[in-house]
Design a protein around this ligand. Structure first.
Ligand code: XUL
Ligand code: CO
Length: 477
């Protein structure tokens, strides 16, 4: 009897906590008799039972509501939605299967029919826009081959892409547009040695043709940026690689992209996305500093910005904050691929951000940059293999958006309180002097400085106050 009551109580609790989101009936692919199974023309709901996600504030227990992200609320003189410019990554959200090198796919989304057909691509696109609308974001990101299948020939691939892109354009309406588009130059075996850095001229030409088309469709969809991520632009061994020649080829490729963008009147920002390795042992766009140096060497600095991905930052041995600051200080901060790695795992786990301290540092850079428009925050993040409910897709994005929104609110506290910036300013106050000004203006030569050093004698060196800085940072979290 007692056990029965406890069971009843547990069941009630379950209904209260999870009732809204459990076992959602949605477009079952097997039910071909229903409108839902009726290929790409089906226009019903893919996520029935999932409401439009709203802001309910920090005290809500509703997992399908924002606790910290309040799109129209002003923080530091800008609406939250204008600071964040959130975007859904098509590849993780709609093409992620949960498969890993040791295990089969685990995601069994009801709208999937197990094919990679154009009809399936269109149905998926409808699911994408329902998802985006319900989540309340205005942007999405895609690779050409995520949204439409490869054909037998380049012409056929382009035709498939055109068909799906026409539907996407329709579904976007007036409000939604791509934050960025890109070409997938890493999955197909032809790209095993790279695209722009392949030793095969035929592959270089094929990659150029693919990027040309991807820029065209990004332009057509009103995409605000175009990304180059060189997953296979690098080497596995230097012994069989002419690195100098490959880097020159990469620069020529990017120059041609700039020329083509201008030729077709596309004004979107071109972005390089640094990553040190995976899948290639060494990728040429290793980190922000390496990419900046590459752009400078080849005279491309004014034509490109950087898309900083937090998990890539940690793979390169830096923090995300370091990479953002390096990009910002070089005038290159263009976009953020918002995700995080796992501290115990050494690869690109592409997890949604949940660490509030990390999000506060990320937002600190973005605020110092005055925002990142026309860039934004793309959730280059995926569900864990073991998260298999449709509602998990929403919960993961809501969690990521709330984490960054909380970061922004914390930065506002940091700025308004002023103690941390003050501590930093005080550390450099000895440069706010006549001698400091001469040094910073490049007017203090070594003979002059030697005279000063003799005149002043042994300098007194004050504390760095690191623990105080950490305490001040902690106090806003
Ligand atoms: C891979 C990665 C890519 C790029 C786009 O690590 O981040 O998805 O963002 O090609
Ligand atoms: Co990325």
């Amino acid at each position: 009897m007692k056990a029965g009551r406890i069971l009843l109580l547990l069941l009630c609790l379950n209904v209260v906590t999870f009732g809204v989101i459990a076992d959602l009936p949605t477009c079952p692919a097997s039910d071909l008799g229903s409108g839902c199974g009726d290929s790409d023309e089906w226009e019903g709901e893919f996520f029935p039972g999932i409401p439009k996600i709203k802001y309910e504030g920090p005290s809500t227990k509703n997992p399908l509501a924002f606790k910290w992200y309040n799109a129209d609320e002003e923080i530091l003189g800008k609406k939250m939605k204008d600071w964040m410019r959130f975007s859904v990554a098509f590849w993780h959200t709609f093409r992620g299967t949960g498969g890993d090198p040791f295990g089969a796919p685990t995601k069994n989304w009801p709208w999937e029919d197990g094919t990679n057909s154009v009809a399936m691509a269109k149905r998926r696109m409808r699911a994408n826009f329902e998802f985006i609308n319900k989540l309340g974001v205005d942007r999405w990101c895609f690779h050409d081959r995520d949204i439409a299948p490869d054909g037998e020939t380049l012409e056929e691939s382009n035709k498939n892409l055109d068909e799906v892109v026409a539907l996407a354009k329709d579904l976007q309406g007036t409000k939604i547009r791509p934050l960025w588009g890109t070409a997938q130059l890493f999955l197909h075996p032809r790209y095993m040695h790279g695209g722009a850095t392949s030793p095969e001229v035929g592959v270089y030409a094929y990659a150029a043709a693919q990027v040309k088309k991807a820029i065209e469709v990004t332009h057509y969809l009103g995409g605000e940026n175009y990304v180059f991520w060189g997953g296979r632009e690098g080497y596995q061994s230097l012994l069989n690689t002419d690195m100098g020649r490959e880097l020159d080829h990469l620069a020529r490729f990017l120059e041609a992209a700039v020329a083509y963008k201008k030729k077709i009147g596309y004004n979107g920002t071109l972005l390089i996305e640094p990553k040190p390795q995976e899948p290639t042992k060494h990728q040429y766009d290793w980190d922000a500093a390496t990419s900046a140096n590459f752009l400078r060497k080849y005279g491309l600095i004014g034509e490109f910005k950087l898309n900083i991905e937090c998990n890539h930052a940690t793979l390169s041995g830096h923090s995300c904050y370091h990479e953002l600051e390096t990009a910002r200080l070089n005038g290159l901060l263009g976009n953020v691929d918002a995700n995080t790695g796992d501290p115990q795992t050494g690869w690109d786990t592409d997890q949604f951000l949940t660490d509030i301290a990390e999000a506060t540092l990320v937002m600190h850079s973005v605020v110092k940059n005055g925002g990142i428009a026309p860039g934004g925050f793309n959730f280059d993040a995926k569900l864990r293999r073991e998260s298999t409910d449709v509602e998990d897709l929403f919960i993961a994005h809501i969690g990521g958006m709330d984490t960054l929104a909380r970061g922004l609110r914390n930065v506002a506290k940091l700025v308004e309180d002023g103690s941390l910036p003050d501590l930093v300013r005080k550390r450099y106050k000895s440069f706010d002097t006549e001698v400091g000004a001469l040094i910073e203006a490049g007017k203090a030569d070594f003979e002059y400085l030697e005279k000063k050093a003799i005149e002043w004698g042994e300098p007194t060196v004050p504390s760095a106050k690191q623990e105080l800085a950490e305490m001040l940072f902690q106090s806003v979290l």
